[in-house]
Write a protein that binds this ligand. Structure first.
Ligand code: PLP
Length: 323
């Protein structure tokens, strides 16, 4: 596995590769969110992707480049759902067999989407890391091409393309706020933003109930932690080497938000933008709402990284008490 750090040229090449399959997503401002936050806020609508999350940019970029031998082997991925959907979508596009390992309590909407895309689903363990460890063993046993959700330059270069779109559309962008799980999205945002204009501030956001990437970034080494966040897109107990190396070099700041703040921000995002948003997809807005003074009057893009909320999650979210 190559773990070379991608650069802007890799991101531009990724854009050429994915453009026949994925359209640029919308970047919309909402006066109601400006009024609420005091910032000049723009929402990058990665929830509008065909699988409802930004990850598909990476999946299409990576799978489109697989050797004939790897395509014949089939691909395997472990995921709480959106990385899996990305790989299932890309595998379907390029005629490759995909097996996705998900935790037993995986979001049913994401699982059904992967099935509909033709992926084989294996349920395993109580969380993402259980499923990941099982997937890694099975990939060796069955000879699959394993696609890690973070340690893949092709995935990072692919997801970085949304930041190209943000900066092309809004050259006046001052801050980009990105939800972090393993860190591929934030790593991609840093690569592009720092190459285009180093003064653009890139801020990562993780749940305080799953802070492994945050703590690893702070410590300067990979550390493990627990995860009990409701935002499954951000839920990992371990941190990943390649995104962490990039974040250590290039990320300006990393903040944590509580799950109560994620709940509130998800409701706000759904109400004010009239979009389906999953809790991970509202993490960037939660970070802005938690620290309004920092963002007031500035041109801020929050990445709405995904919209795959299940009916059960939506019902529970609306029943949760307000902050
Ligand atoms: C909706 C959503 N947002 C954010 C993330 C975190 O992305 P990354 O692992 O690239 O940090 C994920 C990961 O699956 C996700 O599904």
């Amino acid at each position: 596995m190559s773990t070379t750090i991608p650069d802007l040229a890799d991101v531009l090449a990724a854009r050429e590769r994915i453009s026949p399959y994925l359209r640029p997503t919308a970047l919309y401002g909402y006066p109601a969110l400006d009024a609420l936050t005091g910032a000049r806020l723009h929402v990058k609508h990665e929830n509008h992707q065909p699988v409802g999350a930004f990850k598909v940019r990476g999946g299409v970029n990576l799978v489109s480049q697989l050797s004939a031998q790897d395509r014949d082997r089939g691909v395997a991925a472990a995921s709480t759902g959106n990385h899996g959907q990305s790989i299932a979508y890309a595998a379907n596009l390029f005629g490759v067999r995909a097996t996705v390992f998900v935790p037993e309590n995986a979001n049913a909407v994401k699982v059904e989407s992967m099935r509909a895309l033709g992926a084989d689903i294996v349920f395993y363990g109580r969380d993402f890391d259980d499923a990941r460890e099982h997937c890694e063993k099975q990939a060796i046993e069955h000879g699959y091409r394993y696609i890690h959700s973070g340690n893949e330059p092709g995935l990072i270069a692919g997801v970085a393309t949304y930041t190209l779109e943000i900066l092309e559309e809004r050259a006046d962008t001052e801050v980009i706020v990105v939800p972090v799980g393993g860190g591929s999205g934030a790593a991609g945002a840093c690569i592009v933003a720092k190459a285009v204009r180093p003064s653009i501030e890139v801020i990562g956001v993780q749940s305080a109930a799953a802070p492994a990437a945050f703590r690893s970034w702070q410590a300067g080494e990979l550390v493990e932690d627990s995860t009990h966040t409701l935002a499954e897109g951000l839920a990992t107990r371990t941190a990943f080497d390649l995104p962490q190396r990039i974040l250590r070099q290039l990320l300006d700041d990393f903040v944590l938000v509580s799950d109560a703040a994620l709940t509130e921000a998800t409701r706000t995002m759904i109400e004010k933008t009239r979009n389906m948003v999953e809790p991970a997809g509202a993490a960037a807005l939660a970070a802005v709402l938690a620290d309004p003074g920092r963002f007031a009057g500035r041109q801020v893009t929050v990445v709405c990284s995904g919209g795959n909320i299940s009916p059960a999650q939506l019902t529970a979210l609306w029943a949760a008490p307000a902050n």
